[in-house]
Design a protein. Structure first.
Ligand code: TYD
Ligand code: ZN
Length: 412
């Protein structure tokens, strides 16, 4: 596929440049057993990301079928992190202030295992969650959350509108960047958001990704990495206007966006970030080219480190079987021959194998006993929580970080 064949899904301009990652598996498609049936038939696709310098959006240009990514084997359960629970609890309290408990309801698109809507369910607020993956919807229902298993599109928005009416609040956290057909979602939101309602979106932020040169924000599920400018371009087409933003350090740097159908005053924070994006040249093709160079450097540095320690006979493990690390591991050719295993506390992941690289995922409870010489922190976005926890468990390892640069930490 040539760059001139690709049109930006936000503004329809021709994609300005493409970075080819080669063959990649689906990042969350963990393998249940290693045998010929699974490994030979493992689905791979040629992952390419493109940038549009007209609207600044960064997007995967050849997206696999969405059913291959979001299905009843979906491996991401948001409730695994205590920090993220508290992050969403704070947002929940803020949102409740905007709602009339008797009249209003909140709609969450991409409600996952109900981590966020549970606060609303517990306090008897009217709510509805929509998620495309059956297994996480089942978990949400078990948590007492009213949830619907569906992709959110115009048709779903009409069904929801018929049954529940217009939503006072629509929340989409860490989901909008997963959705290929962003125009369809924006249309659906326009149908269902109340005239005085607020749309709140939160996901990884382009400027942070460029800043740390994070190779990992890009994988098949992360169809977009958004910015203020690209979101403005998308939603203004559908009469929805950005009026405020909040920045967080979560997931390696995230932005929370507030939109309304009304013409609300734009906050000074929003203006600051608009200027920051311009000053950091998000419309300049060279920013994207520099990012590509960074990705290649990070990958080479990690590969060389792992190979050299492996030659010394050291045991190298990983911590956090993240979807993000699928890109690093596959792009860097670091597989089960170089990494002994990856520790993780998610019951669904334990005993399975990483996509493409077939590294065993072991229960994090075994980490202290196994005591690998080096542990690559794949869940680097939960660094504080994980290192603190394992320090309390008296584990002895040398932590290896690789973003933005290779760094060893001797905590013990
Ligand atoms: P996550 O932040 O969900 O990233 P991604 O979206 O790239 O998958 O991944 C965090 C992973 O780390 C998840 O599998 C759970 C695991 N984890 C632990 O094993 N222990 C912990 O203390 C924390 C915070 C996470
Ligand atoms: Zn564009």
């Amino acid at each position: 596929m040539n760059k001139s064949d690709c049109l930006c899904r936000v503004c329809s301009s021709t994609i300005s440049d493409i970075f080819d990652f080669g063959n990649m598996p689906i990042a969350n498609n963990l393998i249940p057993v290693i045998n010929d049936t699974y490994t030979k038939n493992e689905y791979k696709y040629n992952m390419k990301i493109g940038v549009c310098i007209n609207c600044s959006s960064l997007q995967i240009v050849n997206v696999p079928e969405k059913e291959l990514m979001f299905n009843n084997q979906y491996a991401y359960f948001a409730s695994q992190s205590e920090f993220m629970k508290s992050h969403f609890e704070k947002l929940g309290n803020k949102v409740m202030q905007l709602m009339d408990k008797e009249k209003d309801y909140i709609l969450e698109i991409g409600s996952n295992d109900g981590i966020f809507l549970k606060y609303f369910a517990d306090k008897q607020y009217k709510h509805l969650g929509v998620d495309a993956s059956e297994n996480v919807v089942e978990t949400a229902k078990k948590n007492g959350v009213n949830a619907l298993c569906s992709f959110f599109d115009e048709e779903t928005s009409i069904e929801i509108n018929n049954k529940y009416g217009k939503a006072k609040i629509i929340v989409i956290t860490n989901t909008m960047h997963h959705i290929e057909n962003c125009q369809e979602v924006a249309k659906g939101i326009n149908n269902i958001l109340a005239e005085d309602g607020t749309l709140i979106i939160e996901d990884p932020y382009l400027l942070d990704m460029y800043k740390i040169g994070s190779i990992e924000q890009v994988y098949a599920e992360h169809n977009f990495i958004w910015s203020l400018h690209s979101y403005k371009t998308l939603f203004e087409k559908h009469s929805i206007k950005l009026f405020d933003v909040e920045h967080f350090d979560t997931h390696g740097g995230s932005m929370r966006y507030y939109f309304s159908k009304q013409n609300l005053n734009k906050t000074s924070t929003m203006q600051e970030y608009i200027n920051l994006e311009l000053n950091n040249k998000i419309f300049d093709i060279n920013t994207f080219i520099k990012f590509q160079e960074n990705c290649i450097n990070i990958s080479k540095e990690l590969y060389n480190f792992v190979v050299s320690k492996s030659k010394e006979g050291k045991i190298i493990a990983g911590y956090g079987a993240t979807a993000k690390s699928a890109t690093t591991l596959n792009y860097s050719n670091i597989d089960k021959n170089l990494i002994s295993c990856i520790y993780d506390s998610t019951p669904f992941k334990i005993g399975k194998y990483t996509p493409g690289t077939h590294i065993e995922i072991k229960d994090a409870k075994l980490f202290t006993k196994d005591s690998p010489d080096y542990t690559i922190l794949f869940a680097w976005n939960h660094k504080k929580e994980i290192i603190e926890k394992e320090k309390n468990n008296k584990s002895k390892t040398i932590w290896v970080e690789y973003i933005p640069k290779l760094k060893l930490t001797y905590e013990n």
